[in-house]
Design a protein around this ligand. Sequence first.
Ligand code: DX5
Ligand code: ZN
Length: 218
Amino acid sequence: MLEFCASILAADFARLGQDVGAAEAAGVDVFHIDVMDGHFVPTISFGPLVARALRGVTAKPLDVHLMVEVPQQFVPELAAIGVDRISVHREVPGGPDAALAAIHAAGLKAGLVLNPETPVEAAEPYLPLCDQILLMTVHPGRGGQAYLPGSSEKIAAMRALLQKAGSPAIIQVDGGLNAKTLPEARAAGADSFIMGSAVFGGDIRRNLQQLRQAAGMP
Ligand code: DX5
Ligand code: ZN
């Protein structure tokens, strides 16, 4: 599987609708929405209101990445807005159990996110509850960082773990992905590429052309 997810964190917020329209026209498959609360990560980004605005301008799947201390709090509102997938961090205080249960109860696809320093084995108990595993390939909190060394080895280890467990979950990667790093992450076994600056920095159409080429797509 291969999909391109555009992280709107790197879009121009003053013209978000136009940027999203351009990314969709250029071939983006999914829009990724980074919700940050200033506690779980030091940054505050935006909340469900922005997901609601996006739901009004695109029919593409909306993939919400909750970088917040109490993720289950946001699930009912996001479900009512009509997002498609919600991912929560393994590292949240109290664990991800309540949030994963809430996501399933709402009938949405659920993801588990691992920070760079969290080993792949930490996902094992949650695999039956996960449609996707999101591996952070930078430290969460801001866009525009470099793909961390060791990320590709971790993707390969997660691929092996999913295979061993018989899990159909897809592997997403998030942070520092671009035309240079994407081929390596893809070769290691990632399915879904979350990209902010590589999509919205500069000419969106040309960016997508380069990314498709890097992924070996026609
Ligand atoms: C970082 C976010 C990412 C971020 C990626 O905490 O989870 O989704 O937008 O940005 P780039 O692609 O610029 O590294
Ligand atoms: Zn993200």
